[in-house]
Structure formats: C-alpha cells, structure tokens
Design a protein around this ligand. Structure first.
Ligand SMILES: Nc1ncnc2c1ncn2[C@@H]1O[C@H](COP(=O)(O)OP(=O)(O)OP(=O)(O)O)[C@@H](O)[C@H]1O
Length: 226
C-alpha cells in the first residue's frame, strides 16, 4: 500500500502579543491508503491545527505535506485549493447537511457539482450510504434522521468525490457514546470497503480503539500509541 498522506517536519507557531506558542515542532506523520488513524490528545495540543495543515486549509511555518506523491508547501493557493477539493474530504462536529434535501441528494450534490450525471451520482450515493448502514434511509431529510445518522450522511458526503484522505475533527463530539460508537463502526467499514485513508480527532479512547492506529501529540510531535 502507498502513503496517502505524509507530513514531514511540520512546524506551526502562533504569535500572541509578546509570546510565541509553538504548537507543532517538527511533526512527522504518515497515513497509508486504507488505514484509519485516531488522533487522541488533550485539548489545546494542536489536533485541529494538524488537521488543518494536513487538509491544506492552513499553512505550516516549516515542513512539507504530501498528498500521495505530491508535495504541496510551495504551490500557489489556487493549486492547493484544487488538490484540497480532489484529495481531501472533511467532516466536522456539526454536519451542515442541507435540510431541504434527502440523505441521498445531500451525497449526490457534490458529485453533480463536479459534473457527474445524476444517475451515476445516485448510484455512488446509494453505495456509500449502504456502507454506512443507511441503505434504508436514502429518502429521509436530515430532520427525519437521528444525530448519528445525520453524521453518517455527512461522512458519505465528504467522501462522495472519492478523496484520497478523510479528515474528521471530533465528528461525534455532540453525540451520545452509543451513537458515537455506531458512527465509528460505520466509518471503519467505509475505510475497509473503499481503501480510503482516514484521520479522526477524538477525545474518546474507546472510540479510538476501533481505528487501525492511534496517535497523540506530545511536545509538538506526533507519537504513536499502542
Ligand atoms: N489563530 C490562532 N492564533 C493564536 N493561537 C491559536 C490559533 N489557533 C490555535 N491557537 C492555539 O493553538 C493551540 C492548539 O489549538 P488547536 O485548535 O489545534 O487545539 P486542539 O488540540 O484541536 O484543541 P481542542 O481539542 O480543544 O479542539 C491552542 O492553545 C490554541 O489556543
């Protein structure tokens, strides 16, 4: 298997008044295709910062981010945006689904915006929602779905255009433990079925245990957990 995402020597600091916060100090991190990694670290240690840099939403001060073989640090913003749209899917704590559209339509839309025909978008949408255990909820609108179901639709939408990497920042942070477990289980099934690489920031060690690997942030570096 090839590396889907590779961070090398990532540094990020924030200047705050007189002081400087050194959040990432030479962080190295590789995620292979078909691998899921939980990023478990205390609040304020830089999980979101790392995900934003990996997803080309924020610039690092030093170091390189590779998506597949492509180095991205020196690229113009327009090219970074293109790579972000092609290679990265994002999921956040709140799903931001479109309330007036069905689950299936929410997953079809990003594909149709990219130029896919309606029939093909529907076929892929059904397949993804099936992997996520929502085959019987295709026509439900977000308001007719449970919180965990809504979040699974958001995951399907994030991977609708077959990105290389899924980055999720506390995707189950507002769900009860049972529902959150369901979402992580579905996510793992999706990774296994599609060969997607996934990095999921979470505070919950039980949920992290469902992923292939667990890492944390220590003194600005990524450290592998058992
Ligand atoms: N734009 C910014 N300017 C200054 N400081 C920032 C900025 N963004 C983040 N920070 C600081 O960097 C640190 C890391 O922030 P980050 O959001 O990455 O943490 P986190 O691990 O995701 O936290 P949480 O688990 O609470 O979401 C925090 O101490 C935060 O206050």
């Amino acid at each position: 298997m090839a590396a889907a995402l590779r961070l090398q020597g990532i540094e990020r600091r924030y200047v705050q008044g007189e002081g400087t916060l050194e959040i990432l100090r030479g962080a190295d991190f590789v995620v292979m295709e078909g691998q899921s990694v939980a990023l478990v670290a205390p609040s304020g240690t830089g999980k979101s910062t790392l995900l934003h840099i990996a997803g080309l939403l924020e610039h690092q001060d030093a170091g390189e981010v590779y998506l597949g073989e492509q180095a991205t640090a020196g690229l113009p913003d327009a090219e970074r945006t293109r790579i972000r749209r092609t290679d990265i899917g994002f999921v956040y704590q709140f799903h931001h689904l479109l309330p007036e559209f069905s689950a299936l339509e929410n997953v079809m839309l990003p594909q149709m915006i990219r130029g896919l025909a309606k029939r093909e978008a529907a076929a892929r949408g059904k397949e993804l929602l099936g992997y996520l255990g929502l085959g019987k909820r295709l026509d439900h609108r977000p308001g007719e779905l449970s919180g965990g179901e809504q979040q699974r639709v958001a995951i399907a939408r994030a991977v609708a255009n077959a990105p290389r990497v899924l980055l999720a920042d506390e995707p189950t942070g507002n769900l009860d433990p049972h529902t959150a477990d369901h979402v992580f289980h579905a996510l793992q099934q999706l990774v296994d079925a599609t060969g997607l690489a996934a990095v999921i920031a979470t505070h919950n060690l039980d949920l992290a245990a469902r992923m292939h690997r667990r890492v944390t942030l220590q003194d600005g570096a990524v450290v592998e957990l058992a």
